[in-house]
Design a protein around this ligand. Structure first.
Ligand code: UT7
Length: 326
């Protein structure tokens, strides 16, 4: 038994912020941002839009494509670190908005790797036979926890949501083949949000110190990302008896073009096999992988049974890679 992706959907908020717009906010240039990251613009949620609102659009598109009534979804797993409120889960809010009463719904906190973690959890439920209709999402509004005076971070992020519907298949040559997840919790200080949790509850001090925003050591994250992604991709390939030459397509978390280029180069996979969209969305955290998958699928990239190498890394540090056969 495997989990087959039978529907995908994604949503990007309407408002676009270009690099030229950011030049007016911080000491940066379009040229620096494009050369160092590959990003040209990003979409930003409207003031009244929260993460579950973005997720709702993506979920409806994926469910429509799957031909599945929202009421029949049995589980909802959402990767996010920017739920509508600290709790309940954004997935629970989404379940209510879908008019669904059947699904157990929960958020997964693995930052940019959140949708891969969620996919892996849903895959286990499908393989065990416990669930037949799973909705998996990655949705984030990182711009709500972005310090718009910090040029090290504010140029990177955008908002968005992506969704996948999973159903079981008896055809072992299709569906999720394996996903390999990793965490190195000693590394959390290089990418985190220090304020607003139980260690530093919301207070005037937290706000004054801007602790309610993303803190990142970009150089360290970059180094860890290239090493961790290469290792976990090799692990995923090995587990499936594959070499890099057997990979038809790559769907990767869109963090930085240079990170992806060097990971693919180390693996010996042509960059042309990797769907890129960070130029227009920036880093949308957990939304990135399912949004990228949705775009590539709707563009007609995939044929049944083709092999897709997936990979993501984010705060935690949390990362993973895997092989999906369409
Ligand atoms: O999903 C995971 C999330 N995070 C990431 O993926 C981030 C991974 N890291 C990166 O993508 C890169 O490290 C960055 C794009 C964040 C930074 O690129 P870099 O090539 O590592 O630059 P750097 O941090 O080494 O900084 C180089 C210079 C510094 O100036 P000095 O110290 O050499 O004078 C920075 O102050 O660039 C400066 N700089 C900027 N200049 C113009 C940093 N940010 C900017 C900016 N515009 N926005």
């Amino acid at each position: 038994m495997r989990s087959l992706i039978v529907g995908t959907g994604s949503y990007s908020p309407a408002k676009v912020v270009t690099n030229a717009d950011l030049e007016k906010l911080v000491d940066t240039t379009d040229q620096w941002i494009v050369e160092r990251t590959g990003i040209r613009e990003r979409h930003i949620a409207a003031p009244e839009e929260a993460t579950s609102d973005l997720a709702l659009h993506a979920a409806r598109k994926a469910l429509d494509q799957a031909g599945l009534d929202p009421k029949d979804v049995e589980m909802i797993a959402m990767g996010t670190v920017t739920a509508d409120m600290p709790w309940p889960a954004a997935a629970a809010v989404l379940q209510g908005r879908l008019g669904n009463k059947k699904a157990f719904a929960f958020d997964v906190s693995a930052a940019c790797a959140g949708s891969l973690y969620s996919l892996s959890i849903a895959d286990q439920f499908i393989r065990s036979g416990r669930v037949k209709n799973a909705l998996v999402l990655g949705a984030d509004t990182l711009t709500r926890i972005t310090d718009w005076t910090d040029r090290n971070t504010c140029i990177l992020f955008g908002d968005g949501a992506g969704a996948m519907v999973l159903r079981p298949t008896d055809d072992d040559r299709r569906g999720v083949q394996s996903l390999h997840l990793h965490t190195d919790g000693a590394l959390w200080p290089i990418l985190h949000m220090p304020g607003g949790g139980s260690r530093n509850p919301i207070s005037q001090k937290v706000v004054d110190e801007k602790s309610h925003y993303v803190k990142m050591n970009g150089r360290e994250v970059y180094k860890v990302a290239v090493r961790a992604l290469e290792e976990s991709c090799r692990e995923a390939l090995g587990a499936n008896g594959m070499t890099p030459g057997d990979v038809d397509f790559v769907i990767a978390h869109q963090a930085n073009k240079r990170i992806l280029d060097s990971t693919l180069e180390r693996l010996g996979i042509p960059a042309s096999k990797c769907w890129m969209n960070l130029e227009k969305y920036g880093n949308t955290s957990a939304a990135s992988v399912p949004t990228t998958l949705d775009e590539a699928a709707r563009a007609g990239w995939f044929t049944p049974g083709c092999s897709i190498l997936v990979m993501a890394i984010g705060g935690g540090m949390a990362w993973g890679a895997g092989i999906i056969r369409w």
